[in-house]
Design a protein around this ligand. Structure first.
Ligand code: SAM
Length: 303
């Protein structure tokens, strides 16, 4: 069997749910809570790093087989018991407003990683000014796939005044939190943002971009962050992007990617190139020393 470390290094998703004894979970919990153990230093955005440390530490012990470890970690992460907390983001240096997002530092049962905001979302938001995206997104209908808890969309609604913003994700658990977060950041349910005079509308619904033949809603721009991490999702994402671009040459796509596995990222780029689209790749600044790239995709002859 492929080791857990290899699987994680390839960017695999922890989605396996296994029943294991309560005793085992207790032991792992106790160990994680020991002074100096990983969870003490835990921050949601270091989630994968912590998981890798945990796996490496345990795999060093010759008596620990990685299959059992995989089960413990998978099961541990699929518990949904950590208390939610609120994070405050400052989306733009030029704008005094903050975005408040409820997050949770656990994966959910179905294995989604969407319960907290990932660095690519944060870096994408912070680059809106430097890339001069506000004027482009203004008045557009923006579709976001894999929106997670909503940091990207809420920030775009505040900063860019789109005509409409469509929050979508495969996980209804995640969408529930995103919906709460949207309401948390706007003074009324019709999204009358205090910063603008005009109202932007939003919709929130389930959408699986990997489902063959999935229909996509009408929109001018497609955005997403941290969606290129699981090699098995890459082809589905590329097909969705290309289908989105096809009907009109004025559509464009912005995908912010944390490059954890260069191989997975390269596969994403090569599959896009095979579909004969225009690509621009920019490095995004961030404070986590992670390599984060913004991939801008359009039909040929748009740029
Ligand atoms: C790493 S999280 C990123 C969340 C958010 N975009 C961010 O950057 O904070 C990946 C998100 O993609 C969603 N997702 C995974 N597979 C998906 C699919 N096939 N269709 C739609 N969303 C998916 C997950 O539920 C999760 O919310």
């Amino acid at each position: 069997m492929d080791s857990l470390i290899n699987q994680l290094e390839r960017g695999a998703k922890i989605s396996r749910h296994v029943e294991i004894s309560a005793n085992c979970i207790e032991q792992v919990n106790a160990w994680l809570l020991e002074p100096g153990a990983l969870w003490r230093k835990y921050k949601p955005r270091f989630f994968l790093e912590n998981l890798m440390l945990l796996a490496k530490k345990a795999e060093c012990h010759s008596n620990c087989n990685s299959e059992a470890l995989f089960e413990v970690i998978g099961s541990f992460l699929s518990e949904r018991c950590m208390e939610p907390y609120f994070c405050i983001y400052r989306p733009s240096k030029q704008c005094p407003c903050c975005v408040v997002v409820q997050e949770n530092n656990r994966e959910v049962r179905c294995g989604t990683t969407g319960l907290f905001s990932w660095p690519a979302a944060d870096a994408f938001v912070k680059s809106i000014d430097t890339l001069d995206l506000c004027s482009y997104f203004c008045d557009k209908t923006i579709l976001e796939v894999g929106c997670g808890v909503g940091l990207l969309g809420i920030s775009f609604l505040i900063l860019c005044q789109p005509e409409k913003y469509l929050f979508t994700d495969i996980s209804t658990d995640v969408l529930e939190i995103a919906d709460k977060n949207i309401k948390l950041n706007f003074s009324d349910s019709s999204l009358s943002c205090e910063l603008h005079e005009r109202r932007a509308k939003y919709e929130i619904f389930e959408l699986n971009f990997c489902r063959p033949g999935v229909s996509y809603p009408e929109a001018d721009v497609l955005v997403g962050s941290d969606l290129v991490y699981d090699p098995t999702m890459v082809t589905g994402l590329v097909m969705f992007i290309c289908a989105f671009l096809k009907p009109t040459q004025v559509r464009s796509v912005y995908i912010a990617c944390s490059v954890r596995s260069a191989k997975t990222f390269d596969t994403f780029i090569s599959e896009l190139k095979l579909n004969n689209v225009n690509l621009i790749i920019k490095n995004l600044e961030n404070t986590n020393e992670e390599l984060i790239k913004l991939v801008i995709i359009s039909s040929r002859c748009f740029f």
